[in-house]
Design a binder for this molecule. Structure first.
Ligand code: THU
Length: 160
């Protein structure tokens, strides 16, 4: 038997004014996009902003449906919009934020499993790392060096 340890490196910043934090503007764009969320059922607004290789920023937010399983996560909306509007452009960084109508979320909320798989597929396709920036409703900011860090032991197309 052999024990394999998998480590995830997370850079944690107390706030956006930390001089080492480079994505203040992208995070601001993600927060502005919270207004695009349609989430009357959960009251949980999620939005994300993708910084592309060409400098463009594409944002998206979660879109819910009275038939709950049809809900679209913010990350999927954003990544799909990037593929449609700027095919072939890499996502250099993806900032994700949340806001809850019922409570203040002061720790960063991470993407769900399905979104991790979607983001990782995009990263694998572009062949370069995508920084992931997470912040709740204020509070600390987490930064990961790549989507791969979000999903260790991932499934990918090489197995097919
Ligand atoms: N949601 C996202 O937009 N992204 C995630 O990674 C997790 C969940 C949305 C889906 C639904 O509209 C609401 O959050 C509550 O699950």
């Amino acid at each position: 038997m052999q024990e394999i340890q998998i480590h995830t490196k997370v850079f944690a910043y107390d706030n956006t004014s930390d001089p080492d934090f480079k994505y203040e503007s992208l995070l601001r764009d993600a927060k502005s996009a919270l207004s695009k969320s349609f989430s009357p059922y959960s009251g949980f607004r999620v939005s994300s902003a993708a910084l592309l290789g060409n400098g463009e920023v594409v944002t998206g937010a979660n879109q819910e449906n009275a038939s709950y399983p049809l809900c679209l996560c913010a990350e999927m909306v954003t990544v799909s919009a990037v593929s449609s509007r700027y095919p072939g452009q890499p996502i250099v960084a993806l900032a994700i934020t949340v806001e809850h109508s019922g409570k203040k979320l002061e720790t960063p909320v991470s993407p769900c499993g399905a979104c991790r798989q979607t983001i990782l597929e995009f990263e694998n396709r572009q062949g370069s790392p995508m920084r992931i920036i997470l912040q709740g409703d204020g509070g600390p900011i987490y930064e990961l060096e790549s989507a791969r860090a979000l999903l260790p032991l991932s499934f990918d197309g090489d197995s097919l």
